[in-house]
Ligand binder design. Sequence first.
Ligand SMILES: Nc1ncnc2c1ncn2[C@@H]1O[C@H](COP(=O)(O)OP(=O)(O)OP(=O)(O)O)[C@@H](O)[C@H]1O
Ligand SMILES: [Mg+2]
Length: 252
Amino acid sequence: MIEVHNLTKRFASHTVLENVTCSFVPGKVNLIIGASGSGKTVLMKCIVGLHEPDEGRIIYDGTDFTGLSHKDRKPIQQKIGMLFQSGALFDSMSVKQNVMFPLNMFSNMTYKERVDRIEFCLNRVNLSNVGHLYPAALSGGMKKRVAIARAIANQPKYLFVDEPNSGLDPQTSLVIDHLIKEITEEFNIVTIVNTHDMNTVVESGANILFIHKGKKWFHGTAAELIRSDNKELNDFVFASKMMRSYREKANQ
Ligand SMILES: Nc1ncnc2c1ncn2[C@@H]1O[C@H](COP(=O)(O)OP(=O)(O)OP(=O)(O)O)[C@@H](O)[C@H]1O
Ligand SMILES: [Mg+2]
């Protein structure tokens, strides 16, 4: 489990996150939703240690991450897989080399073990035949799947995914959502996904955090979210026509 206690993050005089407290559980896809600029990416970066919070604590399975030196954070960071918003693969590396990269950086595996692991991960995302290709030759959805294979290469206990569906068509988005959910359940990972995608919310929303202007505004399940009378949450969620019809059905 990952716990966030009273997290505040400022950039100069701009308070981006204010006193956010929440927790993220293993084996489930934990979602962070909120308008553009609400602080989702900054929250994720604080949790993985790419930003230092001004106040508050981040606890990984009982260990106070915020209190550790950069060196002592390494064992936890080695268990983190990440897929960032700009999700870039290394263009000058083949698919196999991309997935191999974190293994070269962080694992003590032999070459044979690394090659086997790459094969396993590419198989897992249904891309066993494209290992020799370069990113330029892949579709957007294939690139996302390679990025997922790379993120799980080191068998992470914690997986962070920022906007997995940006730029994808609805069907491909669903494939990516299912894949993230399956991997999370199969390996009992604490997965945190930032998303704008209301399909994702309905499909995988067991634990949803809604951030409004840097503050925790709602924390609950998709069913609770659909029934909530929180105004800002409703304005955000029911801007989507599909979500309004879910609400009407839920209230019948
Ligand atoms: N390194 C930084 N320095 C200064 N301000 C920043 C920095 N990173 C983010 N911000 C500000 O923090 C706020 C929240 O940004 P963030 O990227 O977390 O939004 P978001 O919720 O992820 O939005 P989106 O849905 O568009 O990705 C924004 O006002 C942004 O300008
Ligand atoms: Mg963002």
